[in-house]
Design a protein around this ligand. Structure first.
Ligand SMILES: Cc1cc2nc3c(=O)[nH]c(=O)nc-3n(C[C@H](O)[C@H](O)[C@H](O)COP(=O)(O)OP(=O)(O)OC[C@H]3O[C@@H](n4cnc5c(N)ncnc54)[C@H](O)[C@@H]3O)c2cc1C
Length: 230
């Protein structure tokens, strides 16, 4: 599938720490591939609301979904929204409090969402959302009925106006006068991991755990090489 490079616009031009930024599609794809939760910033009745929500990606489109009763998803349609995806890779513990920082990968996307009405696109989007969370789950689970599809709002956001920002590496004060203080400094890495699956207490003992769930236990949530190499 061909993809479009996001354009650097006045809005996505990084003002501070420009060297940490990118407008490359590959960088955006890497951040999106590494997670499944985004934050959707939308004006609801003129008040900003930032909603944590899951997402899926198909080509140049990011999908979010929710109930047809969701005020934020209704009011987001036709207005500019801002979506962020954030991965925290470590705490950067410097000598001075001022130089403390976070190692991270983050993406910010501006878009005017379009409501998805075509049932085929809706199903494809739900598949992408499900597979983004846990590959294999879409085929394993019972797929949505027509009634369930009708009760679900799906918004499509194009990825044409986006930026990526990252920080990695040690603290910035290793060669400053504070280095003489003799304080420990460095990075405290963080890697979110999947835990041991907990069966539903109402589950019949005859139902075994599918391989795509079983094999996730003890592995990094970030499936990209960035996450699993640490
Ligand atoms: C986990 C985490 C913790 C952070 N903690 C801090 C903190 O404590 N203090 C602090 O000052 N900053 C922090 N940042 C960086 C913060 O997200 C902003 O990049 C920074 O504050 C600059 O803000 P600004 O208003 O000057 O943005 P500007 O540079 O004016 O933003 C212009 C454009 O640059 C792009 N952009 C800006 N920031 C990001 C980003 N993070 N990801 C993708 N695109 C971006 C967007 O397209 C935006 O429209 C943190 C980032 C992460 C991911």
């Amino acid at each position: 599938m061909t993809t479009t490079e996001p354009a650097e616009t006045e809005r996505t031009r990084l003002r501070r720490m420009r060297h940490k930024g990118s407008h490359q599609r590959a960088a955006l794809d890497a951040v999106l591939a590494a997670g499944f939760v985004c934050h959707l910033g939308v004006l609801v009745d003129e008040t900003p609301m930032v909603l944590p929500t899951t997402y899926g990606v198909v080509g140049d489109t990011l999908y979010v979904h929710g109930s047809v009763a969701s005020r934020s998803l209704v009011q987001a349609q036709g207005t500019t929204v801002c979506v962020t995806v954030t991965h925290v890779d470590g705490l950067v513990l410097a000598r001075s409090i001022f130089e403390h920082s976070v190692n991270y990968r983050s993406a910010m996307i501006y878009s005017v969402p379009r409501a998805v009405t075509d049932p085929k696109e809706k199903l494809g989007a739900l598949r992408a959302l499900t597979e983004q969370c846990l590959p294999g789950q879409w085929e394993y689970g019972r797929q949505p009925s027509r009634k369930e599809l009708a009760a679900t709002t799906l918004l499509a956001l194009d990825l044409n106006e986006a930026s990526v920002k990252t920080r990695s590496g040690p603290p910035d004060d290793g060669d400053s006068p504070d280095a003489a203080l003799g304080l420990w400094a460095g990075v405290l890495p963080v890697t979110p991991m999947w835990g041991t699956p907990v069966p539903d207490p109402l589950l019949s003992p005859r139902v075994g755990m599918p391989a795509h769930v079983l094999t996730r236990a003890g592995t990094p949530v970030d499936r990209t090489s960035h996450g699993s190499s640490r």
